[in-house]
Design a protein around this ligand. Structure first.
Ligand code: MIC
Ligand code: SF4
Length: 639
C-alpha cells in the first residue's frame, strides 16, 4: 500500500496503535529539545522521575528565550539548566548561541528522525524531512526517559506546490497564504505534508519558515521531503553523510489536498491580532510604521539575513522607524560578519540584538503606545509585544525591509532590482558554544537558585467537582492570554506559586485573587481554547489555583494534553449552543466518577443540565484519574 512521507516516518517509530486518523498512537522519539522558559520545569519533572541519564539518541537544552538577566533569577535558571544537562547527559547550548529551532536545523536535524520539543515551533525541523512535534515539558521529560510520546494519529493534509516564487515573494508569504486558507484552527490534528514540483525550488531554511509557522494553523506538525536541496543544506553544514532521500510514494492518497501555485502568491501580511488575519500587502500600503523587527525562529536564517543585507545595502531606514535584527544563531551572525554583509545592515541604521527570541516573546523592544510594529515573527496575539495598545503585523523579511526604508507599509516589489542572494560554498561553522556531556558520571552539584521552587504535588481527581465559573472567554484564547510572556513573568517560570499570580493578567487582572478566594472553580471558553505556545505553565498554574475543569467548544492540541498532564478536566460542549446559557458566577456541579466519555454538568444557578464530552484516549484517562502524569510515571518506575 502506498504511503505518505509522514506515515513512513511515523511507521518506522510506531510502538503502539494503528496509523488511522483519530487513533491513539505511541511514537519512539529519537531527539528531544527544550528551551529555557519551558526547560526548567521539564528538567524538574525529569528529576522527579528518578532516571540517571536520558535515554534518547540525543537530547538538547537551549537557552534562548529569557536572556535578560535583570536580577539573579534568569542567571540562576541558566546555571541550573547547565548543571542538570551535565548530570543527565544533555547537550547544552549556551545563552547567546542562538534560537533553538534555527540551531537545531543547522546542526542536528536529520531526515527520517523524530523530534519532540518543549516549544510549539519544534515543527521547524520538518523542513529537514523529520516528524518534529511540539509538546508540554512533561511530555518531553517522559520522552527523555525513553518512553513513547502518545498522540492522536493526525490526518494527512497534502499541500501540493507548483511553480516557483516570484521576486520579492518568499517562504513567509507561502505560509501566510496557507494560514489565510486554513485559519488558526484549520490544522488541528493534521499534518501538513508538502509535495509537488514546487518543493524543489525551496531551500531547507525556506522550508523551515513554512513548517515553523504551520504551527499557527494548529497543525500537529508539517513536513517536507528530503531531496537534493536537503543534501545541499546538509553539505553546507558539513553533515552530508546524514542525508538520505525520503518522499511520499507517488500514488499516495492524502486525506485532503490543498493545491498552491507558488507563482501566484503575492507579498502578504497578517493584520492585528491573529496570524490568520491575512491580506495582500498592497491592500494596507501606506500605513505609517514605528517599529520593524526582523528575526525569530521563523525568519532569522542566513538566507533571510543575506536578503535583508542586500536590500538594505547603501540605503538608510526612515527617521520614524526603529529597526531591530535578531540573528537566528551565532553561525548566522559570524557568516554575515565575515562576508561584510553585517556592515550593510549596521550602516542602514539597524539595531543589532542578541541571537535569541528577543522581542518575539516580549523580551524588550515593546512598541510605543498605539504603535505599529511590523515583525517577521509568527505570532501577533494581542499584547504579546508587551504593549497592550500596539498593532503588530506579520510580514516577510522583504516586506519588513521595504517598510523600514519608506517608514510605511510598503509592497517590496517596489524596491527595484531583485538581488540575487546565494549561500557561500563554505560556511563558517563553530560548535564551540555547545557543551557536550561527558560519558563519565557527573561529579558536580545541580545548582538551584532560590527562585527555583519544587514542583507542586496534586491529589487524584475528586469524584464530585463543584465551584463557580470564574471566567468566561470567547474563541481562540491563546496561552499568551492565559499566562503572558515578557521578561517579568518569564523570570518566574521555575516558580509556580509566584507565576500563578499572573494568570489572565491582561484579560482579567482579578482572576488569580478570585480563584484563590473561591477555592478554585471552572473556566468556560469557545473554539480552539489554548492555541499558541506549548507552555505547560498555562495548565499547571490554573491547577495550582484550584481550577477543576475547563468547558470549551474545542481545544488546541498541546493545551489539551497539558491539561490532562496536570489533572484538569478538558470538557467540550456536546451542543455548542449551550455555551450561551452559562455565565460567569454560575455555580456548577459535576459528577466525575469513572471519567465517563459523556458527562452532565449541573448549572445549579440556572437549574439546567449541560451534556459535555470528555474525549480522551485510554492512556489520557489513566493520567487524568491519577491527578497527573508525574504520578503515573512514578508508579511505572516503582511498579
Ligand atoms: C512562544 O513562541 O510562545 C514560546 C515562548 O516560544 C512558547 C514557549 C514558552 O512559552 O516558553 C512556545 O511557542 O511554545
Ligand atoms: Fe522564540 Fe518566538 Fe520562536 Fe517562540 S516563536 S521560539 S519566542 S522566536
Amino acid at each position: 500500500m502506498s504511503e505518505s512521507l509522514s506515515e513512513k516516518i511515523i511507521g518506522a517509530h510506531l510502538v503502539e496503535g494503528r496509523m488511522e486518523p483519530g487513533e491513539q498512537i505511541g511514537l519512539r522519539i529519537d531527539h528531544t529539545l527544550t528551551q529555557d522558559s519551558t526547560g526548567t520545569l521539564a528538567y524538574l519533572e525529569f528529576e522527579a522521575m528518578g532516571i540517571p541519564r536520558v535515554k534518547t539518541k540525543l537530547s538538547l537544552s537551549f537557552v534562548d528565550h529569557n536572556m535578560l538577566q535583570n536580577d539573579f533569577r534568569n542567571a540562576d535558571d541558566h546555571r541550573y539548566l547547565q548543571s542538570v544537562a551535565a548530570k543527565y547527559g544533555v547537550v547544552f547550548s549556551r545563552p547567546g548561541n542562538g534560537i533553538c529551532h534555527q540551531l537545531y536545523l543547522e546542526r542536528f536535524a536529520r531526515p527520517a528522525y523524530t523530534l519532540l520539543g518543549s516549544d510549539s515551533h519544534t515543527p521547524t525541523a520538518g523542513g529537514m524531512g523529520m516528524i518534529a512535534i511540539g509538546a508540554g515539558g512533561l511530555d518531553v521529560a517522559v520522552a527523555m526517559a525513553g518512553k513513547p510520546f502518545y498522540l492522536e494519529m493526525p490526518s494527512i493534509l497534502g499541500v501540493k506546490l507548483a511553480g516557483a516564487l516570484s521576486p520579492f515573494v518568499s517562504a513567509k508569504d507561502v505560509i501566510l497564504e496557507v494560514l489565510r486558507k486554513l485559519s488558526v484552527k484549520g490544522g488541528v490534528n493534521k499534518i501538513l505534508e508538502y509535495f509537488g514540483a514546487g518543493v524543489r525550488t525551496l531551500s531547507v531554511p525556506e522550508r523551515g519558515t513554512i513548517t515553523n509557522m504551520g504551527t499557527e494553523t494548529g497543525a500537529t506538525t508539517s513536513v517536507f521531503p528530503s531531496d537534493e536541496a536537503t543534501r545541499a543544506f546538509l553539505k553546507g553544514q558539513g553533515r552530508e553523510d546524514q542525508w538520505m532521500k525520503l518522499k511520499a510514494d507517488d500514488d499516495v492518497q492524502y486525506n485532503e489536498v490543498l493545491e498552491m501555485n507558488l507563482k501566484k502568491i503575492e507579498p502578504l501580511i497578517a493584520l492585528p491580532h491573529s496570524p490568520d488575519n491575512v491580506k495582500a500587502v498592497s491592500e494596507v500600503e501606506g500605513t505609517p510604521v514605528n517599529q520593524v523587527c526582523i528575526g525569530s525562529c521563523t525568519n532569522s536564517s542566513l538566507c533571510d539575513l543575506k536578503m535583508v543585507a542586500a536590500l538594505l545595502k547603501g540605503k538608510k531606514i526612515a527617521d520614524n522607524v526603529s529597526l531591530t535584527i535578531s540573528p537566528g544563531s551565532r553561525q548566522v551572525l559570524e557568516n554575515l560578519a565575515a562576508s561584510g554583509e553585517l556592515g550593510h545592515i549596521i550602516r542602514a541604521g539597524a539595531r543589532i540584538l542578541e541571537n535569541a527570541c528577543g522581542p518575539c516573546i516580549g523580551i524588550g523592544q515593546a512598541p510605543p503606545t498605539d504603535g505599529v510594529s511590523l515583525r517577521t515573527f509568527n505570532r501577533n496575539f494581542h499584547g504579546r509585544s508587551g504593549t497592550q495598545s500596539a498593532k503588530v503585523y506579520l510580514v516577510s523579511p522583504e516586506t519588513a525591509v521595504a517598510s523600514a526604508l519608506s517608514g510605511e507599509i510598503t509592497d517590496p516589489r517596489k524596491l527595484g532590482k531583485y538581488p540575487e542572494v546565494r549561500l557561500q560554498e563554505k560556511l563558517i561553522i563553530n560548535d564551540g558554544m555547545f557543551i557536550f556531556p561527558s560519558e563519565k558520571p557527573y561529579a558536580g552539584e545541580i545548582v538551584r537558585g532560590p527562585n527555583i521552587k519544587p514542583l507542586p504535588r496534586f491529589q487524584p481527581i475528586q469524584a464530585k467537582l463543584s465551584g463557580e465559573v470564574l471566567l468566561k472567554l470567547g474563541d481562540n484564547v491563546s496561552t499568551d492570554d492565559i499566562l503572558p510572556g515578557g521578561s517579568e513573568i518569564l523570570s518566574l517560570r521555575s516558580n509556580i506559586p509566584e507565576i500563578s499570580k499572573y494568570l489572565f493578567r491582561y484579560v482579567d487582572p482579578s482572576f488569580a485573587g478570585r480563584a484563590l478566594e473561591k477555592g478554585g472553580g471552572f473556566i468556560v471558553g469557545g473554539e480552539n481554547y489554548g492555541q499558541g505556545s506549548s507552555r505547560e505553565h498555562a495548565a499547571l498554574a490554573p491547577k495550582y489555583l484550584g481550577v477543576k475543569a475547563i468547558l470549551a467548544k474545542s481545544f488546541a492540541r498541546i493545551y489539551l494534553a497539558n491539561l490532562v498532564n496536570f489533572g484538569i478536566m478538558p470538557l467540550t460542549f456536546a451542543d455548542k449552543e449551550d455555551y450561551t446559557g452559562i455565565a460567569r458566577g454560575d455555580l456548577l456541579e459535576l459528577d466525575a466518577i469513572g471519567l465517563k466519555k459523556t458527562l452532565r454538568v449541573k448549572n445549579v444557578t440556572r437549574n439546567v443540565e449541560i451534556p459535555v464530552a470528555l474525549v480522551l484516549s485510554d492512556h489520557e484517562r489513566v493520567v487524568l484519574e491519577a491527578g497527573g502524569k508525574i504520578a503515573v510515571v512514578n508508579r511505572q518506575q516503582t511498579g
